[in-house]
Design a protein around this ligand. Structure first.
Ligand SMILES: Cc1cc2nc3c(=O)[nH]c(=O)nc-3n(C[C@H](O)[C@H](O)[C@H](O)COP(=O)(O)OP(=O)(O)OC[C@H]3O[C@@H](n4cnc5c(N)ncnc54)[C@H](O)[C@@H]3O)c2cc1C
Length: 369
């Protein structure tokens, strides 16, 4: 397929926006269809933590390494409005004690926290503000000939040769030469239109604090034991914009059909706030600017689906990136652009991510749910 083609991308998360960006840089005309808002789901609420080599030994390793390099390039090329920065990363543990005490190993940590080792250096770990990153890639795609459409994809239009467009909820058809399903966990709904494997949503809760200069540029991965004995695994990421993002408390609550309807589990944010008060006097006093919940997309074997949908000409999928969707968005977008326009990815071997490796999900199970 040559440049100049119109490619319809369902979903304006990091994966859809990155795919649109790389297609637009190749002279194609990507059109992103977004039901709720660009970066309105996990791609705007996640940690935005990036690691060069944390996927070593797994089929994700090359994807992650290529993506880590592309993140630096993109920040450079596009002026870095998303606060990309390299940072140190540490691991440790903490035990709930009911109140903040301090100081501990760092002025901003309480003595409840023990750091046990360095997990990454500025050469191997970095961070972005995910909403600004996703919106920034979408804006860059629009600047290079891409377009954003607000609408809900409900079906595909086909002719005898394959997929030729996307049908929106209001009946309008957006025509194109190919379609990419990039609806994150909502990609499960596309099993009604295409033979695709299951994609599930796994929910996580997070808080954003306005911490200013109080917290050093160090990411933390902790194990935190609550008084009840339950263990949480908080991640604490200070960002370049003076905010600090903290997540923990996951759940298997069902995914609402409408992305705008995602809401937190009862008590989850209270638990997170109590934990933050224990581990950091700086967090205990900082204003909270957002209380969030979102779903990351996961597959049955833990690997993303990146490739052509078997047996359906013009249909592609890019989803299921689980905990590494922000890291792996750039290399996924680049590979999708190459696959769609050239027939094969140049920088990556996409075989481990081929959608046909897993059995297609039976959409009748959706209707029963
Ligand atoms: C708590 C948490 C922390 C995380 N931290 C990190 C991290 O530090 N680093 C990292 O690399 N990854 C992280 N992740 C993972 C990362 O956020 C996800 O893998 C990534 O955001 C998935 O992007 P996506 O574009 O596939 O999906 P999404 O961001 O879910 O985007 C899908 C889009 O599709 C739209 N949509 C849905 N249905 C339709 C429809 N019918 N028509 C049109 N549009 C539709 C939705 O509105 C949504 O905007 C984290 C995830 C969570 C939950």
């Amino acid at each position: 397929m040559s440049p100049g083609k119109r490619i319809i991308i369902c979903g304006g998360g990091a994966i859809g926006a990155a795919t649109a960006y790389f297609l637009s840089r190749r002279g194609a005309e990507p059109i992103v269809i977004e039901r709720h808002e660009v970066a309105g789901s996990a791609s705007g609420k996640s940690g935005g933590f990036l690691a060069l080599d944390w996927c070593r030994g797994s089929p994700l390793d090359r994807l992650a390494r290529r993506s880590f390099a592309l993140h630096a390039e993109l920040a450079d090329t596009l002026g870095n409005p998303w606060g990309y920065r390299r940072l140190d990363t540490y691991g440790g543990y903490a035990v709930e004690n009911g109140e903040a005490r301090g100081p501990g190993e760092r002025p901003w940590l309480s003595e409840a926290v023990t750091l046990t080792g360095r997990l990454g250096s500025p050469q191997t770990t970095a961070i972005v503000e995910p909403r600004a990153f996703t919106k920034g890639l979408m804006a860059a795609a629009e600047k290079h000939g891409g377009a954003l459409r607000h609408g809900t994809a409900v079906d595909l239009m086909r002719d005898k040769d394959g997929v030729r467009g996307v049908v929106l909820e209001d009946g309008e058809v957006v025509e194109g030469d190919a379609v990419v399903i990039a609806m994150g966990p909502w990609s499960i709904l596309a099993t009604r239109w295409l033979p695709l494997p299951a994609v599930y949503g796994y929910k996580g809760h997070s808080l954003i604090f306005r911490t200013g200069e109080a917290i050093a540029a160090e990411a933390l991965f902790l194990e935190y034991q609550e008084t009840s004995g339950e263990v949480l695994t908080p991640e604490i990421f200070p960002r370049a914009d003076g905010t600090t993002w903290v997540c923990a408390v996951s759940s298997t609550e069902p995914l609402p059909v409408d992305p705008a309807q995602v809401s937190p589990d009862e008590g989850a944010h209270d638990r997170l706030e109590a934990m933050c008060r224990t581990i950091s006097p700086a967090l205990a006093t900082a204003p909270i600017t957002a209380r969030q919940a979102c779903f990351r997309p996961v597959t049955d074997d833990g690997l993303p689906l990146i490739g052509a949908v078997p047996g359906v000409d013009g249909a592609f999928v890019a989803t299921g990136h689980s905990v590494w969707g922000m890291l792996n968005a750039p290399a996924t977008g680049e590979a999708m652009a190459e696959l769609i326009l050239d027939g094969a990815a140049q920088h990556l071997d996409l075989r481990p991510f081929a959608p046909g490796r897993l059995r297609a999900f039976d959409p009748a199970r959706l209707r029963r749910a």
